[in-house]
Design a protein around this ligand. Structure first.
Ligand code: SF4
Length: 205
């Protein structure tokens, strides 16, 4: 029997999981405002990554041209400067791989990047709305900010044609999917992207 290495198995996982995600985004397309050049989801986050996801992203980073790498190094330096002055509890930052509103490592982006935009149902059944709703984007047509609930009709008139659905695609859930188990995916430890960057020798690549 052919034994695939972890990288190959992860690519198989991404292919299968990607098809599932495509189906979900397609099903919810009435509420999805994602378009090229929109990068709100890469501009404020912690970006949790597993070791496997980070190593896969680094593969794409290595192939970038010198100028793009320099821009990423500048971003990393700026983030670390901001981080050193940060005194709050949860440090949020622009992803350093975001260059001119585009992901420079798109095909190798993390799970959290792939799932962002949909309504998420967590294991305790609470829902998370994508935060770009605040900017009038995803799901904003059916989200009532006053009651903080999804509302599908107003004054007796429907606000949407399809049903807004939440999916079990929290990162914690995705890492435990049977697809990942069947492919024997070893994720490794999860950390924020900037922590992984600082522990790696990315800046020397
Ligand atoms: S890796 Fe790419 S998609 Fe993910 S947050 Fe960074 S810029 Fe955005």
């Amino acid at each position: 029997m052919v034994e695939f290495d972890l990288n190959k198995r992860y690519e198989m996982f991404l292919f299968q999981f990607g098809k599932e995600l495509e189906r979900m985004f397609n099903d919810q397309k009435e509420f999805i405002m994602c378009k090229e050049g929109c990068s709100h989801c890469c501009e404020k986050g912690e970006y949790p990554f597993s070791k496997l996801e980070f190593d896969y992203l680094v593969e794409a980073f290595k192939t970038l041209d010198k100028d793009t790498k320099l821009k990423i190094f500048e971003n990393i330096a700026r983030i670390n400067e901001e981080k050193s002055k940060f005194t709050g509890e949860q440090f949020m930052y622009d992803c350093p791989f975001l260059i001119d509103h585009r992901c420079s490592v798109y095909e190798h982006r993390g799970i959290i990047c792939r799932t962002f935009g949909l309504l998420v149902e967590h294991e305790d059944e609470h829902l998370t709305m994508p935060f770009c709703q605040e900017f009038g984007l995803n799901y904003s047509k059916v989200y009532d900010n006053d009651s903080r609930q999804i509302v599908i009709e107003k004054d007796g008139k429907p606000l949407c044609e399809t049903e807004p659905k939440a999916y079990r695609i929290s990162r914690e859930h995705v890492l435990k999917l049977s697809l990942a188990k069947n492919l024997n995916i070893e994720w490794g430890e999860s950390k924020t992207l900037i922590d992984y960057i600082n522990e790696s020798d990315l800046v020397n690549m």
